[in-house]
Structure formats: C-alpha cells, structure tokens
Design a protein around this ligand. Structure first.
Ligand code: ZN
Length: 481
C-alpha cells in the first residue's frame, strides 16, 4: 500500500505546482466534478435521493490477525452470516450476525430505533434496552462499506471533499477524493477513471494503521449498482472477506425492528467507570469499560496480571493503596493484540514481563524497546512466593481460543485470573458456555488445583465455580435465527 499512498501524494503535488495561484478553488471544483461523475455512476442523484431503506445480507469470513490460536499465519478464521437494514428517513438501523470462530459462538443483533433500541442475544435468549442509542455511530460501519450510501454521504458533504489526484494501482487508474465523516478519521475514496464507480476506500487510524476497503463485482438492483464482494485489508493484509448474498431496496423494514417476545429482558448495560475492587486482602481487580487487571501485594513488591489497554490508569489507582511499591512482574495471559497493550506500561515501570514461552516474541514486539525488555518466559509453570503469599503462574493451554494461556492462581485465596475464556456479564447470569469456556473448564480440571473464584480480564464481576457450572449446563436459546 505504500506505493499507492506515495503515488497519491505525487499526484497532489503535481496539481499544486500547476495551479499554485488558486489551488483551493480548482481543487474543490475538481473534487465536485469527480463526485458528480460518481453520483451518476451509482444510479444518479434522483435514485440515490429516493433511497429510503436498504437491507443487505452477507456471508463474512474474518481472518484473525494476531487473534488466532497460534502466533503466526496462516491465521484462524471466523465465519458469520447476517444482515444490516437501514431506514435513512427515520434513522433506524438493525444489524444481526451469527457465526463462530476463536472458540466463540455468537448470534446477536442490535436495533437502533429511537426509544425502542435494543441489544439482542439470540444465543443467551436475552434482550437489553439501549439507554442512549446513537444512529450515526452504530450505522457508520455499514454506511462505510455500502457504496450507494457512501457516495450519497460524499455528495451531501462535498464541501468537505478534496481532490487528491489520479493514481494507478495494479494496472487500473483511479481518481482519489478525500472527505471527513461525522464519526472517525477522514476517508479517501478511489473512483475508477472509466466506470466512475467506487472501487476502493482507505482510512488511516493513529496507532493502528491503514484500513483499506475494496468493492468489486458490481451488479444493479433497482437501478443502483451494488458490489457483490467486499474485502477489508489491515496494513496490507486481508482481514475481512465478504459476499453480499442479497440486496433489497426501498421495502419496509418493520419486521427487522420487532423483538422476539420469547427473549428474556435484562437490564441495560450501564457505563462502567474505572474502579478498584479488593478481591482478598492485598488483591485488587482494577479496571473499567470492559478491561481489568489484577494486582497482588507480595510484601516488597506488586505482581500484576493482565495486559489489556489502560494499564497506566489501573496502576494509578493501585498506587492509592500500595504507595510507591514497585511492580516487579506484569503477567500477560496470552499473545492476542488486545492483551499485549499493557507491555509498554510494565516496561515503563521497570517490571519483568511474564509470558508463555511461545509468546515471548509477541511480548517483545509490543514493547518500546523489545530487545531490552525484561521477559520471564514460562514453560508450563512458575511460582512466586514472597511476603507470605503464593502466586502460581500456570500455562493451562491449549484451549479453543489459544494454544497457550497463562493464568495467575492464588492457592490460599482459591482465586484465579484469566482472560477471554469465562467472564460474567455486567448484569444477569452467565450465558450458555461457548467452546472457549468449555475448553477452559476442561483445562482447569486437568490441573490439580482448588478454585472457588474466577476473575477475568473482561468483567468487573468475579465468577464463582457455580457460575461456571451453570454456564456449562445452560442450553443455547437459539442456534440461529
Ligand atoms: Zn484472546
């Protein structure tokens, strides 16, 4: 992708040299001209304006880059089937998806429809009201991958559009127009210089990289061209491959906003601000908004478990109770991208990062200075015994989610800290166990250890072994819709 970007910049510079005097005016006129050609190619202004509702069904394969069981390609995949329905006039958006991968099975939907907005979990058989529905944010991802909606949005916001130049990619040439959306970073759109349809778009995310979308195999439905295939690349690697299986234009979408009456109502998800909870004397679970780490006072030092985002904030809250006691160890549960974000925080504390032997490379890659990072690679088991406390670090893998999984086990407290295998929802009972949970329970049983509570990297609620047993016994409400 570097080639494309540099070509785009080259195009922009060439233009600026030629029109130094009234660059902005000419650039804006050029952008408008490309947008008008695109509007025409995408069905014309009249049809695009008359577009009120749209239902698109898809089959999607996600490539689990840095989220697979192993640490290297080929990556595991997850497969989902679902649909999205939008009513532009009334700001209604519904999206549903069912599938499995990474040790997880899911079947859920989101309905954004003013005061009648819900999150539905067909697998657990529950429905929760959405307290503050947000149409723009929820429908944004769908709009960004649906060319007629994207082109319509571009036309509406053409005052914010810039012509970036003409580029050639893989023997095809494109006009590139950039514009800002209501939510998220600016988007660059590549229009085929011959057909004028949208073939690619790109967005740059700080600290994350380039997200590239491709739209191929256009077919017309009711006069509007829709791509039958969609591919998303992350920093040049295929991340999502989608087939559009059906497109319905301007039909009522009421049936998608109805909530199955058999679903049990559960309370809405409330905001979960950063907080510290003492699980046992000198043992704290600190976190908020879906990510948590466990800290254990070991007398002269602190042992930390969990490597999700926000570790510096969690450490700040820890300091209120342990003062300036050093964090000597920071344990990573596994190698997934969202579980190594804390490496640099532990590195900054001067701590030794504890990781499964197979995950050492990923831990170093996540550090500011990977070569100098202090790493303790664990092969099966490691024990810390200090300040009258015992912590056992056990690799209980493999599971359906990862080949290696470190858990921190406190035998005196009969407490375990884990990630991604079993976490209680913020309210209500645990949903039926997914494969990841089943294999976690089996892995725990293989260890000869006494556990009564499970703290998790993704829940403020500590589970009991009874919770785990109930989840394993619970029946799936509906395997598919
Ligand atoms: Zn994971």
């Amino acid at each position: 992708m570097k080639t494309i970007m540099s070509l785009a910049i080259a195009g922009m510079l060439a233009l600026s040299a030629a029109n130094a005097g009234n660059f902005t005016e000419k650039n804006s006129a050029k952008a408008k001209k490309i947008i008008d050609l695109a509007v025409e190619a995408h069905g014309g202004e009249a049809l695009l304006e008359q577009l009120d509702t749209l239902v698109i069904a898809n089959e999607t394969v996600n490539h689990s880059v840095d989220q697979s069981r192993g640490t290297e390609p080929p990556w595991d995949t997850t497969e989902n089937k679902g649909y999205s329905a939008i009513d532009l006039e009334n700001s209604i958006f519904v999206t549903q998806s069912a599938g499995s991968g990474g040790g997880f099975e899911n079947n859920s939907a989101t309905i954004v429809n003013g005061a009648e907005s819900y999150r539905l979990n067909y697998r657990a058989g529950t429905v929760a009201k959405i307290a503050e529905p947000d149409f723009a944010t929820t429908s944004g991802p769908f709009v960004r991958v649906t060319p007629p909606l994207l082109v319509r949005t571009l036309k509406e916001r053409e005052a914010n559009a810039h012509y970036l130049g003409e580029v050639e990619v893989d023997g095809e040439s494109f006009h590139v127009v950039g514009f800002s959306m209501t939510v998220g970073p600016a988007i660059n759109m590549y229009f085929d210089t011959k057909s004028h349809v949208l073939r690619r778009s790109e967005r740059m995310f700080p600290n994350f990289g380039l997200v590239e979308y491709r739209f191929d195999d256009y077919e017309k439905t009711d006069g509007l061209p829709f791509n039958k295939t969609f591919t998303l690349y992350l920093n040049g690697d295929v991340n999502v491959e989608r087939k559009i299986t059906s497109v319905t234009v301007n039909q009522p979408i009421d049936r998608y906003t109805k909530v199955d009456e058999r679903l049990a109502s559960i309370p809405p998800v409330e905001p979960d601000p950063l907080a510290r909870k003492e699980l046992a004397e000198g043992v704290w679970l600190i976190g908020g908004s879906g990510t948590y780490a466990m800290f254990v006072d070991m007398g002269e030092y602190v042992f930390a478990a969990g490597g999700t985002g926000g570790i510096p904030d969690r450490i700040e809250l820890l300091r209120e109770v342990v003062g300036d006691k050093p964090i000597r160890y920071g344990m990573l549960t596994h190698h997934h991208s969202d579980h190594v974000l804390g490496v640099s925080a532990y590195e900054a504390e001067g701590a030794t990062v504890i990781a499964a032997k197979a995950h050492e490379r990923i831990a170093r890659r996540a550090a500011e200075d990977g070569e100098r990072l202090k790493v303790k690679a664990v092969d099966k088991r490691m024990v810390l015994e200090d300040g009258g406390r015992r912590v056992e670090i056990l690799d209980i893998g493999p599971t359906a989610h990862t080949e290696h999984l470190l858990v921190a086990y406190l035998p005196d407290e009969e407490l375990i800290f884990e990630a991604d295998h079993f976490s209680m929802p913020r309210v209500g009972p645990a949903p039926p166990a997914v494969t990841s949970t089943q294999t976690f329970a089996e892995a725990l049983a293989r260890q000869d250890i006494e556990v009564s509570r499970i703290a998790s990297a993704h829940s403020p609620r500590v589970a009991t072994m009874d919770d785990l047993a109930r989840a394993l016994e619970a029946e799936v409400f509906q395997a598919s819709r």
